[in-house]
Write a protein that binds this ligand. Structure first.
Ligand code: GRG
Length: 306
């Protein structure tokens, strides 16, 4: 069965609201055992960049991939909040003058513009480490092995062989460290943006202690979704509306970046998205109607305007 766009939007909004509440609660004055103090300036900066914006697509993927296995919603929301902390840290650092040097994010001044570079660096560092505090908590799952697997997968998605590695390849491809290095766009994006989205999908399989086949299905779906997301992002940079996006467009072209659009052309990129949606649907077939929301998520990702 397909899910009506309005029902899907309601579901996404619901998870976004719950994630917002949870993050606000996690980033409050209450100290955790082992913490000494939460400096106000740092906490305000972390709250500025995590609260009040964003589609919360990554937490949504964790919640919906978990729902396939009947995982308690509270646990999935907590894991989703951890993933969102990593995402928000990456945006803060990516916006810094040493990286993309952006002034606008989620329709507001970027954190370093609102505060200063040092505060933005520390807020990113704070969110990165906070994510691992959250994902390793007892409330996530009663079995410590499950928590360990989730934690390790998050580290691998975020770090050297995942998002951070992808960012390095991206900068090297721009010629930041000498001559422009040749870019394998698919590999780069699989790491830079795909790895966190894929994590959102496999997190449900890990939390739900799925079979190997089910894990593989969500892994395949997550990879297809990640690539479709990035192509949609590249298309938005060319065809999108800056006001709806809450950030400048045309940045890829200004930097002379190799993207899916420069490689495939606009029509080729759109066709590739359609192929990826079909691949994602095929991967989800193992779940029958339990995969309906994830199938609808692919459509949302491909058709999004922001
Ligand atoms: C600096 C370590 C480090 C990594 C940066 C992911 C990343 C690597 C940078 C983000 C740059 C960027 C804008 C990439 C395009 C794809 C992307 C991640 C878009 C933003 O994600 P959305 O659309 O954002 O889910 P919201 O605001 O809805 O959360």
């Amino acid at each position: 069965m397909t899910i009506a766009a309005a029902d899907f939007a309601k579901r996404l909004d619901q998870t976004a609201e719950e994630t917002e509440r949870l993050l606000a609660q996690l980033l409050s004055d209450t100290l955790l055992p082992g913490e000494i103090a939460r400096p106000r300036r740092l906490m305000d900066a972390m709250r500025y960049s995590t609260l009040g914006g964003g589609k919360r697509l990554r937490p949504f993927l964790v919640v919906e991939s978990s729902a396939v296995f009947g995982v308690p919603r509270e646990a999935a929301l907590l894991a989703g909040a951890a993933l969102e902390c990593i995402h928000c840290y990456s945006l803060i650092h990516d916006d810094l003058p040493a990286m993309d040097n952006s002034d606008l994010r989620r329709g507001r001044p970027t954190l370093h513009k609102k505060t200063d570079d040092a505060t933005a660096i520390l807020a990113g560092d704070g969110l990165l480490t906070f994510a691992f505090d959250i994902i390793s908590r007892d409330e996530i799952h009663r079995d410590p092995t499950v928590r360990l697997l989730l934690t390790r997968a998050l580290a691998r998605a975020s770090g050297l062989g995942g998002m951070v590695g992808g960012q390095m390849l991206d900068l090297a491809g721009e010629g930041r460290f000498g001559d422009r290095e040749p870019v394998d766009v698919a590999r780069l994006q699989q790491m830079k943006t795909g790895a966190l989205l894929r994590y959102g999908c496999i997190a449900g399989a890990i939390l739900g202690q799925s079979s190997k086949e089910e894990y593989q299905a969500l892994d395949d779906y997550g990879r297809a979704l990640g690539e479709a997301f990035q192509i949609a992002d590249d298309l938005l940079d060319v065809e999108g509306d800056a006001a709806a996006l809450g950030k400048q467009t045309g940045q890829d072209a200004a930097l002379g970046k190799t993207t899916f659009v420069t490689q495939l052309g606009i029509e080729g990129a759109k066709q590739r998205v359609r192929d990826l949606l079909a691949r994602g649907d095929a991967a989800l077939s193992i779940f029958g109607s339990r995969g309906d929301v994830l199938r609808a998520t692919s459509r949302f990702v491909a058709e999004r305007k922001s």
